[in-house]
Design a protein around this ligand. Structure first.
Ligand SMILES: [Zn+2]
Ligand SMILES: [Zn+2]
Length: 138
């Protein structure tokens, strides 16, 4: 099913499909920039380049390089110093969407919610389960 949309990059009307998020012209442009980036990082001495270095050396926008990384077109396993920002705090990460500390933070908040929920249920049930649950945290 094709659908007309404005290219998020240049604003041109284009036919949107599953493979292209931008118009034909921007797609070609992105491809050319991808080749530039890839040619650069593929060289042995550039494999350990950091993101800002790649941006500087290739002249390709950081956001576009990040897009290539997120789409898996640049495999991070081959480039130890590349990464993308954590969705929550912006720290450089190399897998998932969140960094470890944000993940812990969110898990902590979730388990706190769980505990609050348990406490609420305990007070409803007259506190009979209170000790059983309490022991778990000792
Ligand atoms: Zn476009
Ligand atoms: Zn984070």
């Amino acid at each position: 099913m094709s659908q007309l949309d404005n290219c998020p990059n240049c604003g041109q009307i284009y036919v949107k499909n599953a493979f292209r998020e931008v118009c034909e012209a921007c797609y070609k442009d992105e491809e050319a920039q991808y080749q530039t980036v890839y040619k650069y990082i593929r060289q042995r001495e550039n494999r350990t380049a950091r993101l800002d270095q790649v941006v500087e050396e290739t002249g390709v926008a950081e956001s576009l390089i990040l897009k290539f990384i997120r789409k898996g077109r640049i495999h991070l396993t081959q480039f130890p110093n590349l990464g993308y920002p954590c969705d929550r705090c912006g720290r450089m990460i190399r897998e998932d969407k969140l960094c470890i500390s944000c993940k812990k933070d969110i898990e902590g908040q979730l388990s706190q919610l769980d505990r609050e929920e348990e406490r609420r249920r305990e007070s409803l049930s007259g506190g009979r389960t209170y000790h059983a649950i309490d022991k778990k945290f000792l």
